[in-house]
Design a protein around this ligand. Structure first.
Ligand code: C5P
Length: 317
């Protein structure tokens, strides 16, 4: 049976601005997304039967139809029923390295890997835009997870503009093991608290664009000015998540007190990250935060910025 083994990287948000509301109930966003070399391994193996099966050892990852990776397979089956008839289903093995419900797009990246892997397994010959259109139907940041790197994401977060690679940056991620934040909750709470400041769907385009503040970070990245870029780190969702979770606020403040280039909560959290320019410094910062907070529930990861999305894992396919 044919199989493909893929690496599905996590992402961090270097910038997340909520611009306004949308008729589809989502929020209009302006984000800068960055792939990092913390990734899950996702193997897609043809199983010769007419079903998809998810296999994952992680206790918080469901192996049923609610898993986004399963829904990705079903979506492709619905779009290409003949290919499903011809090739059959697949077993999907997820080796989880990315923390779950952490604001790092772990589930989205797994779904992106299923789309890429099944597309190859079924010899569909889809173009990247075709695959990204499908991805968009499944979740706002799945199109980014396919291509990865550094990108400006607008609309729901699914319209992408690639940005120049940011090289040589390291990220220290920290997350309380027992803490997860629902993305839907974070956006809903933001809407309740800050909805009055939104740009309405009816506002004309020029006026809407005036309310977007991602210009400086995009410019800094375009000029490959990493020092400027780190001064522009911003995440609107911090305004609702940090007051609700004091330990995440404390973590963010502790990073801030270290010798970091910048620090921010990623996505809807609760992962907080700090940026630095060498692995050695990253290790020092990790030790300092660990010593200061002394909490056994706190997990850390050190990763590097990368310029790729879903990739074949090294080895034989
Ligand atoms: O698109 P995705 O399913 O990943 O989004 C998860 C949740 O986050 C949505 O159900 C919605 O509540 C919220 N969201 C939003 N606006 C966006 C993206 C996500 O309100 N642009």
């Amino acid at each position: 049976m044919r199989s493909y083994s893929l690496i599905a990287p996590a992402k961090i948000n270097l910038y997340l601005e909520i611009i306004g509301d949308r008729p589809d109930g989502y929020h209009e966003l302006s984000m800068v997304l960055q792939s990092i070399d913390l990734g899950d391994r996702v193997e897609i193996r043809a199983n010769g039967i007419d079903e998809f099966r998810i296999h994952c050892q992680h206790p918080e990852v469901p192996c049923d139809r609610t898993n986004l990776a399963y829904r990705a397979a079903e979506l492709l089956k619905t779009a290409y029923p003949k290919a499903f008839e011809q090739y059959g289903g697949a077993d999907i093995f997820i080796d989880k390295q990315i923390p779950v419900a952490a604001g790092l797009a772990g589930g989205s990246s797994n779904a992106a890997a299923v789309l890429v892997g099944l597309e190859m397994l079924w010899d569909l010959g889809l173009t990247q835009p075709e695959l990204q259109d499908l991805a968009s139907q499944l979740g706002s940041d799945i199109p980014f997870c396919i291509t990865g790197g550094t990108a400006l994401a607008t609309g729901r977060g699914n319209q992408l503009e690639p940005l120049p690679d940011l090289e040589g940056l390291y990220v220290i991620l920290a997350k309380y093991r027992s803490l997860g934040v629902s993305t839907a909750w974070a956006y809903q709470t933001y809407r309740q608290q800050f909805g009055s400041t939104y740009v309405r769907e009816s506002t004309d385009l020029a006026a809407r664009q005036k309310r977007v503040h991602s210009g400086p970070i995009v410019k800094a990245i375009a000029h490959r000015d990493e020092m400027k870029m780190v001064q522009c780190l911003h995440n609107d969702l911090e305004k609702v998540v940090l007051p609700e979770y004091p330990q995440v606020l404390k973590l963010r403040q502790t990073f801030q007190q270290c010798d970091v280039l910048g620090t921010l909560m990623s996505g809807s959290g609760p992962t907080v990250f700090a940026l630095t320019d060498s692995r050695e410094k990253a290790e020092q910062i990790r030790a300092q935060v660990q010593n200061t907070l002394g909490n056994p529930d706190l997990d850390f990861w050190i990763a590097k910025f990368i310029n790729t999305g879903i990739q074949l894992a090294p080895g034989i396919h």
